[in-house]
Design a protein around this ligand. Structure first.
Ligand SMILES: Cc1ncc(COP(=O)(O)O)c(C=O)c1O
Length: 435
């Protein structure tokens, strides 16, 4: 084999494996070496698989045949009813597509549309690399830390006017990964009016919609802009079953929406064929709004809220500027006001900062630059879902303590959350070093 020839697709130039997966491996390596590591780098809800879903999966073990590329009809029907109930507007089965996680579905939509992509800053790590793989143009909409990263319509408008691609796709993600911000009803309505006027499609990534804990309820922009919105979701976050790889997409109920869905079915049929049959049969129960599952989701969400707020309050107390974290299990923490202390340590980018925290304090985080934030802005994404829930035993312990009615103060004491306290103590040391 002639190794001098560059036989790789140039679309991969500059791309590396997703940073979230990379940091997870780095932490696992530290753990394997017997080192302590505070894992705030990976956003994975750690709770157990709900017993009803476990049973549903074992009952489906004999489902062995290929299923339709669009998805199992009974699952599609349940998804349409579920979203009709949750989002307060009608969805029909003909609008639904099932895929192996919403990540693959988002990639598929980007592929079939070939749109210019507009991303809020910050945005989840995978939208932009997917667009790069497909040769689609990406524009990040600048935002301000002081405004809690609010989507700036004027800044969006400037970018939209500069695009000559007739097909434009804006991504919104509420609750947001990495900031945990939830978009208000008013801002969704304003955005809907703007997108309608400018003919912009909206990819509404609602994967964290069932994990709102900061007092603002999740609302979907599809309520105000049904003809231009694609709603994406799945089971990974609120039910803690990312490994099941089941995602859903709901297309606009229009001629164009139907055509796009058909093209996605072509893509599905030529790539993944169909999501694993036992998983699809088992997932029906997840979309039937059973009281026990609904209550479980509420409890898990409340625990994420207590833990996230505890960490956020402690960091605020140390002088770290934090996003409001109203949903999901993330905090965007900004250290810009400590630039001079950071530069004494040779830290000039958020990636330097993340490396320093991992090397010196064994705190794993992700740099804001992975989320489209300019690299000199000293923002990190902190994930709160792993600490003290590293093992199944630990996550069950936290869940049981919460269900015994422990108030948030007692739940967060050092004996119950030792790793969280350890991470915060390490942060306090680091803050001393840059103050
Ligand atoms: C914002 C966001 N969207 C989509 C995904 C993809 O989720 P999945 O492919 O498991 O459905 C994730 C996973 O981390 C995410 O954080």
């Amino acid at each position: 084999m002639d190794t001098n020839n560059n036989f790789f697709n140039p679309a991969f130039d500059g791309l590396v494996p997703s940073s979230t997966l990379f940091i997870n491996e780095a932490v696992n390596q530290l753990w394997q070496q017997g080192e302590q590591a505070f894992h705030m780098g990976f956003g994975e809800s750690r709770f157990d698989v709900h017993p009803r879903l476990q049973k549903s999966l074992s009952d489906s073990a004999n489902k062995k045949s290929y299923l339709p590329a669009r998805g199992l009809p009974a699952l599609i029907d349940s998804v349409a009813s579920y979203y009709t109930s949750k989002l307060g507007r009608p969805f029909s089965s003909s609008q639904v597509l099932i895929g192996p996680g919403s990540k693959s579905l988002i990639y598929g939509l980007q592929m079939v549309m070939g749109a210019d992509l507009f991303l809020p800053t910050p945005s989840w790590v995978s939208y932009a690399p997917q667009a790069h793989l497909l040769g689609n143009k990406v524009s990040y909409i600048p935002s301000k830390v002081e405004d809690n990263y609010k989507l700036d319509l004027k800044a969006l408008d400037t970018l939209i006017n500069a695009s000559d691609n007739p097909c434009k796709l804006l991504v919104i993600n509420s609750p947001n990964n990495p900031s945990g911000e939830v978009m208000s009803d008013e801002s969704l309505q304003q955005l809907a009016t703007y997108c309608r006027a400018k003919n912009i499609w909206v990819l509404s990534d609602e994967i964290y919609s069932q994990v709102c804990h900061g007092g603002i309820e999740h609302r979907s922009i599809s309520r105000y802009y049904p003809e231009g919105t694609f709603v994406f979701g799945g089971l990974s976050k609120h039910l803690s079953i990312g490994g099941w790889r089941l995602g859903v997409a709901l297309f606009p109920d229009s001629e164009l929406g139907k055509q796009l869905l058909q093209k996605m079915v072509v893509f599905a049929s030529e790539t993944w064929s169909g999501v694993s049959a036992p998983i699809q049969y088992a997932a029906i129960a997840a979309y039937q709004e059973h009281d026990d599952i609904e209550q479980y989701v509420v409890d898990c969400c409340a625990i994420h809220g207590v833990r996230t707020r505890y960490i956020r309050d402690a960091l605020l107390g140390m002088g770290v500027r934090c996003s409001s974290a109203q949903g999901g299990f993330y905090i965007a923490a900004n250290f810009d006001q400590y630039r001079s202390g950071l530069s004494h340590l040779g830290i000039s980018t958020s990636a330097d900062l993340a490396r320093h925290l991992l090397a010196e304090y064994h705190i794993a985080t992700l740099p804001g630059s992975d989320f489209g934030i300019p690299e000199k802005t000293q923002t990190l994404r902190l994930s709160t879902s792993y600490l003290d829930m590293e093992t199944e035993f630990d996550s069950q312990r936290i869940f049981d303590l919460y269900n015994r009615g422990l108030g948030s103060k007692t739940l967060m004491t050092i004996d119950k959350h030792p790793a969280t306290h350890g991470a915060l103590a390490a942060f306090a040391k680091f803050m001393n070093s840059i103050n």
